[in-house]
Design a protein around this ligand. Structure first.
Ligand code: AMP
Ligand code: ZN
Length: 111
């Protein structure tokens, strides 16, 4: 298995878990762009948001992002980012939502 996030889900690579639900895992980004930077991923491999057709999974991913923000006490707000495919700057080919916050963010954030 070569997908880095599949390996994290399988426990083959270490991660700092923030949340686990039935079909979703959230863990800290290894190169945080802000004080809070968490990745929310489906446990089952999906290439990117473009391939996400499962509406229930879509809901669970969005719920998990909100739950991460609450657990991390991002009361001032946060940003949810889904870099998608080449033009979106996606580097890891396993769907992930970035939950970024803990400071005032600029108008754009590359990752
Ligand atoms: P993207 O450009 O949206 O594909 O972002 C991929 C993100 O995954 C980057 O922010 C990386 O820092 C992060 N990342 C890559 N490998 C790991 C890992 N092993 N554990 C946690 N985060 C990772
Ligand atoms: Zn994967």
């Amino acid at each position: 298995m070569s997908c880095v996030f599949c390996r994290i889900v399988a426990g083959e690579l270490p991660s700092t878990l923030v949340l686990e639900s039935e079909r979703v895992l959230a863990f800290r980004d290894i190169r945080p762009a802000a004080p809070v930077h968490v990745l929310v991923v489906p446990k089952a491999h999906v290439d990117s948001l473009f391939e996400l057709e499962d509406r229930e999974l879509a809901g669970e991913l969005l719920w998990a992002a909100a739950e991460v923000a609450r657990r991390e006490q991002l009361t001032g707000g946060f940003r949810l980012i889904a870099n998608t495919r080449h033009d979106g700057g996606q580097e890891v080919g396993h769907l992930h939502l970035h939950v970024v916050g803990g400071r005032r963010l600029g108008p754009m954030l590359a990752r």
